[in-house]
Design a protein around this ligand. Structure first.
Ligand SMILES: [Zn+2]
Length: 218
């Protein structure tokens, strides 16, 4: 470095004007790259790549949405009108608290909060099970979110996978997997039955391709 220094210094003196221009350009390029970097970080923050599952820890009550809002607003670590994006009430009803792009403080893990959608099922699953309606709704909601955001099954987590907690104290992920397998089998059966009926060749073609796709996924 010290060997090169006099040369650099001389060049700098000789080309002061040129250097000034170059510097301005560098700053311009840096600003641009900073803006692009910021945009990329922002875009990354906005993209949801995971789902985190919770229980509300409130024993068999309906409805629970208002109670969750009150609790979360009063929690100094959260201070949001619900840290979750969705609540599935005991009767299977969905309450959406926020747009999916919202960053909810639901997992106690900032990096996970930024990239995930939080779904909470009403109930205290250390003492009771989720209802059948809740599981039915959960499977539908999760499948829809997965399809829209391109989230694979491996990116569906229980709260306890990302933080030291018992939540959700029930194998919701297993229930989702089971539900999706059943749904897939049902769709496949329906499509196969339909194929045995007479129909136009173009429709038969489409249906055959659908069956092939479904078989590939099951
Ligand atoms: Zn939780």
């Amino acid at each position: 470095m010290w060997l090169r220094f006099p040369l650099v210094s001389k060049l700098y003196l000789e080309n002061r004007e040129h250097k000034r221009k170059e510097q301005a350009e560098t700053i311009g390029a840096r600003t641009l790259s900073f803006v692009l970097y910021g945009a990329r970080v922002y875009a990354t923050c906005m993209a949801k790549t995971a789902i985190v599952l919770h229980h509300s820890d409130i024993l068999n009550t309906y409805p629970q949405a208002e109670r969750i809002i009150k609790t979360h607003l009063n929690n100094p670590k959260i201070k949001q009108s619900s840290a979750y994006h969705y609540l599935i009430e005991r009767n299977g009803e969905i309450v959406q608290f926020h747009d999916e792009e919202f960053i909810g403080y639901h997992s106690g893990n900032w990096l996970m909060n930024v990239r995930s959608i939080g779904i909470c099922l009403g109930g205290d699953f250390t003492r009771e099970k989720p209802t059948e309606s809740q599981i039915f709704t959960l499977v539908g909601l999760v499948t829809d979110i997965q399809r829209r955001w391109g989230i694979p099954l491996s990116q569906i987590f229980h709260h306890r996978d990302v933080k030291a907690t018992l939540c959700p104290a029930y194998d919701l992920r297993g229930a989702i997997e089971e539900g999706q397998t059943t749904l897939l089998a049902k769709r496949l059966r329906t499509a196969e039955t339909a194929l045995s009926r007479p129909m136009r060749p173009e429709r038969r073609n489409l249906l055959s391709r659908l069956i092939e796709r479904l078989r590939g996924r099951s």
